[in-house]
Write a protein that binds this ligand. Structure first.
Ligand code: PMT
Length: 383
């Protein structure tokens, strides 16, 4: 933000972006702070406002560069004639101009100024130069300006600027308005004070699905057990340990969801008798009891929700997966033969066959889990 009366409109723009789930960091010039206080933007964006190049930081980082790398879109709204001139001629003398120059994000400028200043040859040339360099200029509207003049120069309305940003960051918003519950990773079952039963699920498949839903404009509740990848950003994250924990979390969280995707690998058994301290006997026999089937419980209560379950098989892939489709009352089964190279646990790729409730079967080639995530979401949309 630079110093212009249109700064009040930027409050609405930030609010819209945050409501749509985007992360927003506000950079204010010293002049911008004369119009609206940083506190307003800290409250709206839920992030500290950035302004002072040389303020002491809790961790060392070159802030104008890290900020430039963080952004997917860099918007200057409002953009004064002065700042437009600076960025057009390569002046970088504060946090805003340095980070704008350092970013590889899509750059947007929303001019706001008096009509005469906007029509001035220098401003026209500077804006033309910025456009030539790939900066997107959101042209100002015409009407009564704050100075009382009537003409061009009013910063475009926040809704229109939001739409431009949204279109760039979410080109395919087909999951907008949908809340998707994704389970990921393995659950663990305690044996004693230090040991547990677990499996090799890394959570890569579930995380890829969660990220794809977010990219497509949806909201995600991410119920995860033991995983070796970071929890995706912008999700409602619920951490669980045992299969019973995951069962409780999924049944509670599914209430607010339209789609449930069960990519986790819950432990099918738990020990009948758990020991608090470390077992030290020479030999050990564990009696295991069956855990509840979470997907089946979802299938029994799903109502209008869509249920996607996985099937991790080592033999008779289609036969076993078809049985799971029926038993769990699923709409779609993603079946992987986990003995195949490049498929199943912990790999970055997967090889799956999709079994639809209407009998269709679609075998897919090996592909990255990130790409498969989108293919699964396309299949959900086709149901
Ligand atoms: O996490 P990654 O390393 O990326 O690996 C991905 C994966 C191999 C874990 C994934 O592709 C996969 O196959 N997930 C399902 C693993 C599994 O538990 O499959 P299953 O055939 O045992 O179970 C069938 C379905 O029932 C699954 O959707 C599973 O989540 C669900 N289930 C299983 C047991 C249980 N007690 N409750 C369940 O809901």
């Amino acid at each position: 933000m630079t110093g212009g009366i249109a700064a009040y409109k930027t409050c609405e723009l930030v609010s819209r972006l945050v409501k749509a789930g985007y992360g927003v960091k506000v950079v204010m010039t010293e002049h911008a702070k004369e119009f609206v206080t940083p506190l307003t933007f800290e409250t709206l964006s839920k992030n500290a406002v950035i302004g002072d190049m040389f303020a002491p930081k809790p961790h060392f980082e070159v802030e104008h560069v890290s900020l430039a790398k963080w952004a997917g879109v860099y918007v200057i709204a409002p953009a004064t004639a002065n700042v437009i001139a600076k960025i057009a001629s390569g002046v970088a003398d504060d946090m805003l101009t340095t980070s704008f120059m350092a970013t590889e994000a899509v750059r947007i400028v929303c001019p706001a100024m008096n009509t005469v200043m906007y029509n001035d040859e220098a401003t026209k040339k500077n804006l033309a130069l910025l456009k030539e360099r790939g900066v997107l200029v959101v042209e100002p509207g015409t009407g009564r300006l704050a100075c009382g003049d009537v003409g061009v120069g009013r910063m475009e309305e926040p809704a229109a600027i939001f739409e431009q940003i949204d279109r760039i960051l979410t080109p395919n918003p087909d999951f907008r308005g949908k809340r998707v519950l994704v389970t990921a990773g393995g659950t663990t079952e305690d044996i004693d004070g230090v040991r547990y039963i677990g499996n090799r699920s890394s959570g890569k498949m579930g995380a890829a699905i969660a990220e794809a839903v977010i990219r497509r404009g949806g909201e995600v509740t991410f119920v995860y057990g033991s995983i070796s990848v970071p929890v995706p950003e912008k999700v409602k994250a619920v951490h669980v340990t045992s299969t019973q924990d995951m069962y409780d979390a999924v049944l509670k969280e599914m209430e607010d969801c339209d789609v449930v995707i069960k990519s986790a690998a819950p432990a099918d058994y738990r020990v009948k008798q758990k020991f608090d301290s470390k077992i030290k006997s020479e030999t050990l026999t564990l009696e295991l009891v069956k855990n509840p089937d979470i997907a089946q419980a979802v299938g029994e209560r799903k109502g209008n929700r869509i249920l996607v379950a996985f099937a991790a098989e080592t033999n008779d892939l289609i036969k076993n997966a078809a049985q799971k489709l029926l038993k769990k009352n699923a709409d779609l089964i993603v079946a992987n033969d986990v003995t195949e190279k490049g498929a199943g646990f912990n790999s970055d790729t997967n090889i799956v066959t999709l079994l639809y409730g209407d009998g269709r079967i679609e075998s897919l080639p090996i592909m990255p889990k990130t790409e498969l995530a989108d293919t699964i979401l396309d299949a959900v949309q086709s149901l």
